[in-house]
Design a binder for this molecule. Sequence first.
Ligand code: SAH
Ligand code: SF4
Ligand code: F3S
Length: 514
Amino acid sequence: MNEDQRLQGQQVKEKNPADKKSEKDYSKYFETVFLPPSLKEAKKRGKEEVKYHNDFKIDEQFRGMGDGKKFYIRTYGCQMNEHDTEVMAGIFMALGYEATDTVEDANVILLNTCAIRENAENKVFGELGHLKHLKQQRPDLLLGVCGCMSQEESVVNKILKTYNQVDMIFGTHNIHRLPHILSDAYMSKEMVIEVWSKEGDVVENLPKVRRGNIKAWVNIMYGCDKFCTYCIVPYTRGKERSRRPEEIIQEVRHLAAQGYQEITLLGQNVNAYGKDFDDLDYGLGELMDEIRKIDIPRVRFTTSHPRDFDDHLIEVLAKKGNLMDHIHLPVQSGSTDVLKIMARKYTREQFLELVRKIKAAIPDVALTTDIIVGYPNETEEQFEETISLYREVGFEAAYTFIYSPREGTPAAKMTDNVPMKVKKERLQRLNAVVNELSAEAMKQYDGQIVPVLVEGESKNNPDVLAGYTNKSKLVNFKGPKTAIGKIVHVKITETKTWSLNGEMIEEQQLAEVK
Ligand code: SAH
Ligand code: SF4
Ligand code: F3S
């Protein structure tokens, strides 16, 4: 931790700020803690050196802190948050806590939050409301808010004013400080807030308790410097910082040795991997080329930004092997004008050219995407361009969203002449096309035998197993429980819009079919 962070991260303990003499005094108090989202400030991000640490350990004073106690973490948002939850679970276990999956049993409850859209935030405020009665029944319960929402000044102020059932708030850059934060929260009767405005260094040896032993997340970088005009992530996650390749490769080797079947390399913009190294000319292509040699059956990565998707990476992905032929490539809009206002830094034509190159190198690749509809002042024609691009690319699936203004981002300041009714209607029209193309892509599988990594019982029916194909299609099929955790062959007998049904083919039968 450098001096700057220590300053910004100083703890503020104030249970009920409304008791303070005036709002003004109180907000002053917070200026040292937060830098509200500011594009101008954030763009000043320099090439400050990122320090790598390998010396995380649980301080003697905290050992046994969790003996006889249980923790519960509810995770919202993206894979980055899911993985952070695994790290926090690791820290809890190292402190002696046990995991529980019911809030009623928990002595500590954490909400690991997401700030990407307004409804993501509303869910968290709703949940805080629900948890209030638990806190009233059991005042010794610790309730914490962490994750991306904690990095927003407005959110912290709202919690301070309205949700005094919360005992601690900490941000995305200091989860390794969890033991200290917990200890402070136990000792103090006041709300403990520790949020660093500036990103932390990279801490390598944090403990992790992974969810499951089949698939694993592996962070390759943190933060985002793209500053798409609508997006809060560059502010909540800080500047781009890549992990050193040797650390990543070691982690993947370790997961392979433990028998994991699939890893997903994680970052907000994985194609920018390595751009922050001063001493190394090493990018995602080089990293994937190393990882493909490791004996782990499936390797994926997310999320790609089209702008930095280079030829070398395409070349490496074309070598296939354990590199899966599914690429999630968020396009956001099919209109060059909207892309420009979004600051995505590519045109419709450049995106189509990238898709052409990818398809030329990997002819049967499955492409999926993210799309925002109803951007400020989006015209009907511009929206139609998104639909036509979707069809032209032949995306097989998409996450689609109505634009949600995020305080402090440049887009939030734009005037917007598109009524919500129109936005909703556009979303429906887009989703109809998304469903249509997904169903079409699924139809191709009818009668085929596909490898499926079996993850467990189907959510709706414990007699049915569920897993995913190389191209991330969900398959439900009857099979023995011993298949869980393995890659088995399934003959597809029925195709639906979002999933496939089939029958497992025993190895012996498979040999006969072949
Ligand atoms: N780093 C990833 C995206 C992470 S956020 C990328 O650039 O691809 C996941 C998706 O949420 C984005 O792709 C975008 O489609 C959507 N999103 C982000 N900010 C949004 C906002 N303010 N309103 C609506 N959707 C948004
Ligand atoms: Fe947000 Fe992704 Fe753009 Fe980064 S690249 S600003 S995370 S949408
Ligand atoms: Fe949400 Fe933060 Fe991920 S805002 S999408 S949890 S990086």
